[in-house]
Ligand binder design. Structure first.
Ligand code: BGC
Length: 461
């Protein structure tokens, strides 16, 4: 074993000039190992509303205290995000945790409702706050990555109809330009809109996210407007000072839908539609500029989104798992999710499925742009398999790199246990466990696997 280890080190030094140094060595730890590029981004991620606290006034804070407009009984009860992890004030402590972990990058979002509480009025305190966070990260050798939109809208934007109306896109562009002007001298990596498909499907189809609408035609429109908004932001930022040198990406969540019963025509149909709307139509648009929904009653939105295929310097991939869908005529919901017994069930309604991570990477690689894994992680309250998740998923990423796919970084979701949207505080995604009474943070045992991989630059399992 030691000989193999020395062999890896020597090989890595020998190949030091290459961007990607890799060997597969089945003897190392009797399994698999891979040496990552020395400039690989090893990061962790959060989103403002999920961690900051300090009085957000957005569509989610409204939703959290409103009476549900339909049945939520399959979820935990609504709970306000409240002060969350107090990351707004505790960020210096949290940056220390990042150092302890060894990450060299941090993805976070800026809260639009704090920065622009009224249309066109920018709050200087909030702008200064994020500037200080960025400086603190950089001073500790941590590369900041900013997400401009992570599910939350200021109330005024929501009241205008948010992304339901094409004419509202200009407000998001104006906000994005302001943020870019403030920070692009120090920030290279930018994500425009986090997971347009999730925002659309959950807000406008299942209706479990605000604004709790269940209208598939409107969903088709919102999705199109989100892609347009991304494209407009991309080109308007590229024209600004620092635009050229910035890396601006589209963040796509991939979730593979599969039929629970391969022989069942309705399962097959539902799965086809889910994959089409959630994954394929978006990737197709990013490849060809064509927004084409292949369903007659949704084709009203079909058309070209000019230059969508030129609108990203990297593709951000968020990947967690796959879902088996099952149609049931006599029960509600009529479409249910089923779990294969042989796969480990996470605390979220999906299993651990590392192979799917490889498949997702492969599917976005068709866009022929560098890939950054902007989210991957597990809700595992008892920390039973976080370590396995980390090594198995990172192994799939390593195989993809070995196969020549250009992956530049990996951001574990999430640094801290946090407010998990409709699941409120029940899901424990954190590398650090948070005691929400005392705000104490504690590194989980399973997270040490990530720490080790970062430290050695070697993925193995
Ligand atoms: C979202 C995060 C969320 C995570 C875990 C992603 O879809 O971007 O905000 O916490 O999934 O569910």
């Amino acid at each position: 074993m030691y000989l193999s280890f020395i062999f890896i080190i020597i090989t890595s030094v020998f190949w030091g000039q290459n961007n990607i140094n890799h060997i597969t060595n089945p003897d190392y730890l009797n399994k698999y190992s891979f040496i990552f590029p020395s400039d690989f981004l090893w990061g962790t991620a959060t989103a403002a509303h999920q961690v900051e606290g300090n009085c957000n006034n957005n569509n989610w804070s409204n939703w959290e205290t409103s009476i549900p407009s339909h049945d939520y009984s399959f979820l935990h009860s609504k709970q306000p995000a409240g002060s969350a992890c107090e990351h707004w004030t505790r960020y210096p402590e949290d940056i220390k945790l990042m150092k302890e972990l060894g990450v060299n990058a941090y993805r976070f979002s800026v809260e639009w409702s704090k920065i622009e509480p009224q249309p066109g009025e920018f709050n200087q305190n909030a702008l200064t706050h994020y500037s200080t966070v960025i400086d603190s990260l950089i001073s500790k050798g941590i590369t900041p990555m900013i997400t401009l939109h992570h599910f939350t809208n200021p109330i005024w934007f929501e009241e205008l109809g948010a992304f339901e109306r094409e004419e509202n896109i200009q407000y998001f562009v104006r906000f994005s330009q302001k943020i870019f002007e403030e920070y692009s001298d120090r920030v290279i990596y930018w994500c425009t809109i986090n997971e347009p498909a999730v925002y659309t499907v959950q807000g406008y189809f299942t209706g479990i996210f605000p604004p709790e609408k269940q209208n598939i035609r409107l969903a088709a429109k919102v999705l199109k407007n989100l892609i347009r908004a991304h494209v407009d932001v991309y080109f308007s930022l590229k024209k600004l000072p620092n635009g050229e040198k910035s890396q601006i990406g589209f963040v796509k969540n991939i979730n593979q839908f599969k039929p629970w019963r391969k022989w069942h025509p309705v399962d097959q149909m539902v799965v086809w539609f889910s994959n089409h709307f959630y994954n394929d139509a978006i990737l197709h648009c990013l490849m060809t500029d064509e927004y084409t929904l292949k369903v007659p009653f949704l084709s009203g939105e079909n058309g070209i989104i000019p230059n969508a295929s030129q609108s990203f310097d990297f593709i951000g991939l968020n990947y967690y798992s796959h879902n088996f869908l099952k149609f049931q005529l006599l029960r509600t919901p009529h479409i249910d999710v089923a779990f294969p017994k042989k796969e480990i069930k996470t605390d979220m309604p999906y299993t651990m499925y590392a192979q799917g991570f490889y498949d997702a990477i492969e599917s976005v690689s068709k866009l022929k742009k560098p890939i950054i894994i902007t989210e991957n992680g597990v809700a595992d309250k008892y920390d039973n398999f976080r370590s396995k998740w980390i090594s198995d998923y990172i192994k799939q990423m390593a195989i993809a790199l070995e196969n020549g796919i250009d992956i530049r970084g990996y951001f574990y979701w999430s640094l801290l246990d946090n407010y998990e949207w409709v699941e409120s505080y029940h899901m424990k995604f954190g590398l650090y466990e948070v005691d929400f009474k005392t705000q104490q943070r504690k590194l989980r045992e399973g997270s040490k696997t990530y720490q080790k991989i970062i430290k050695s630059g070697i993925g193995n399992n």
